[in-house]
Structure formats: structure tokens, C-alpha cells
Design a protein around this ligand. Structure first.
Ligand code: FE2
Ligand code: FE2
Length: 300
């Protein structure tokens, strides 16, 4: 079923977003104290969000190792997040190329690109600091698929895939920013990102709601499948198996334990809960492509 939500005027939405951007934007280079030392033995996120939490393998780790793994997983999520932000920036630039630059809707697309350039630098610095310079990234295949996506994606599947990346990350970061027991660095990074992403989510949701009812049957099937597959690749890649080396575990073995961990599966569904509810209402998650979302552990 295609959305019943009435799309608001896109220029009015953009005007409000531009105003909010002018009032509440951060420059992470100066807003974060990059010289402050990390707190020893403190995780970057609540421990129960760690991919191995609750497994036998988790119990073999000391509290210090558990905190270290949490910092490396946060760094991996930030690194893969910034990889997707670079994809998004290119897709948004291609989108803006065809729009009227005098319109608030286009000007907001350009503003969002500005936000994302700052986020990517912030994520890179935070990941570098949390890991002592270990670089995490998606697999080579996914890196190449991202190259195709960033050069061709358009329409509702472009905005819907962006929403999945933004809203899953957002769910986790809202929890981190409110948790006083985690690293101040990951809290501040999360707080900045949550503030600015709320506007990006609003913009992309409006685009999805507006564009979906215009699709033909054939286009609908294409955009549904492409969103499902892209979302699977993105969420599947947020934890680089190399993170497990940080606590002396075999990356392939630990990744397989995480894959089979029911707690981790629940975390994925929890992270995707809000965005999958929206995409179901908007008609993006429907028909045969639902099976892909289930297979990806993004819906129950
Ligand atoms: Fe961002
Ligand atoms: Fe964003």
C-alpha cells in the first residue's frame, strides 16, 4: 500500500529546516575537545549494544577488553557511517544539479551536504582517537557497490536508503548521548550528530512520502528491492570483523558468533524499528521485498 500521509509543501519544509540549521549547527573541529584523554576502561556505548554481548565468547573477555571492543565497534560504525555520508553527499549533489537553486528545497540539499562534510571529519577523528589509528571500513565488494550507488541512485530508493543509514545510527546515538557511563567523546559526537540528523531525516522522509505515490508498478518494485538490498549491505557492514582483533579474538570466528547472537539480532531490529515503521507506512517495505528485510534482520 502506498502512503496515506499527506506530503507537506516541500518548500515550506525546507524553509523551516534552513532556519533550524542557521540556529543549531556545530563545527565539531572546535565544539569537541580533541586533546582530552579517553577515560580508561570506559566503553563508547552501553555494553549491551556490543555485538558479542550475552554470548559465551563475551564472558571470556575481561571488563577492560569489553570496553575496548565497545570503543572499536563505535569507531567501525562511525567509519562506515562516514563512508555512507560520502555516498550521500554525491547523491545529493547530483540531485541538486537538476533543481532550481533559488528554491529553499535546493538550498537545504546544499546545507545538508555542508553538515555531512563536518560529520565525516568528526567521525574520522573520533574513530582515529578511539582506536589509536585503526582504520575500519566496509568490505571491498561493498566499497565498489557503493561507487555504483553514489553515481546512479535517484528517487525514493535513494532517499529511503539514506534514511535507513541515518535513522539506525540515530537510534543508537540517542541512547549514547544520554548515557553518563560512556566515553564523553562518543557522547558529544552523538549529541552533535543527533541534532543535525533530525533535520536530514525530516527532509528525506518528506521526499520519500512525496515521490512514492508517483511511481508506476514497475518502478515501485525496483525502488522497493533496491532499498531493501542497499539497507542490508549498509547495516551488515557497520561492524568490520577486524574490530575483534582489538581484543585478541579471531575476526572471522567472532563475526560468526555475532551473526548467530540473538541479542545482536534484537539490537539490529531495535535500531531499525523507527525507520522500518515509516518505510512500511510509505509503501517502501511491502510485497516480495519484505523477505529481504527479514533476512537482513531489519524487521522481525
Ligand atoms: Fe551525518
Ligand atoms: Fe545526514
Amino acid at each position: 500500500m502506498v502512503t496515506t500521509a499527506v506530503p507537506r509543501d516541500r518548500e515550506k519544509v525546507a524553509e523551516r529546516l534552513l532556519l533550524a540549521s542557521a540556529r543549531h549547527s556545530y563545527d565539531p573541529v572546535t565544539a569537541i575537545d580533541w586533546d582530552a584523554p579517553l577515560l580508561p576502561g570506559v566503553p563508547a556505548a552501553p555494553l549491551e549494544r556490543t555485538s558479542l554481548y550475552g554470548t559465551e565468547l563475551w564472558k571470556t573477555l575481561t571488563p577492560d577488553q569489553q570496553a575496548t571492543l565497545s570503543c572499536h565497534e563505535f569507531a567501525s560504525i562511525a567509519s562506515v557511517g562516514l563512508w555512507f555520508e560520502i555516498i550521500l553527499m554525491q547523491a545529493l549533489l547530483r540531485y541538486a544539479y537538476d533543481q532550481n537553486p533559488y528554491r529553499p528545497h535546493t538550498q537545504y540539499a546544499l546545507t545538508e551536504i555542508g553538515d555531512e562534510t563536518r560529520h565525516s571529519i568528526m567521525f574520522a577523528r573520533a574513530a582515529d582517537k578511539l582506536t589509536g589509528g585503526v582504520r575500519y571500513r566496509p568490505t571491498k565488494l561493498v566499497h565498489q557497490l557503493g561507487r555504483v550507488f553514489k553515481s546512479t541512485a535517484a528517487g525514493p530508493s535513494m532517499f529511503a536508503s539514506v534514511l535507513v543509514a541515518e535513522e539506525t545510527l540515530d537510534r543508537m546515538q540517542r541512547e549514547i548521548m544520554n548515557d553518563e557511563t560512556v566515553q564523553p567523546l562518543s557522547r558529544m559526537v552523538s549529541r552533535i550528530h543527533v541534532t543535525e540528523e533530525a533535520r536530514h531525516v525530516r527532509y528525506a522522509r518528506e521526499a520519500v512520502s512525496r515521490q512514492m505515490p508517483r511511481l508506476s508498478k514497475k518502478e515501485l518494485a525496483w525502488h522497493r528491492s533496491l532499498t531493501a538490498v542497499t539497507s542490508w549491505f549498509v547495516v551488515d557492514n557497520i561492524i568490520d570483523p577486524a574490530v575483534y582483533s582489538s581484543v585478541g579474538l579471531d575476526p572471522q570466528y567472532a563475526a560468526s558468533v555475532a551473526r548467530d547472537n540473538p541479542h545482536h539480532r534484537e539490537n539490529r531490529i531495535w535500531m531499525a524499528e523507527k525507520v522500518t515503521a515509516f518505510l512500511t507506512e510509505a509503501g517502501v517495505i511491502a510485497g516480495p521485498s519484505r523477505a529481504i528485510w527479514r533476512q537482513a534482520s531489519l524487521i522481525a
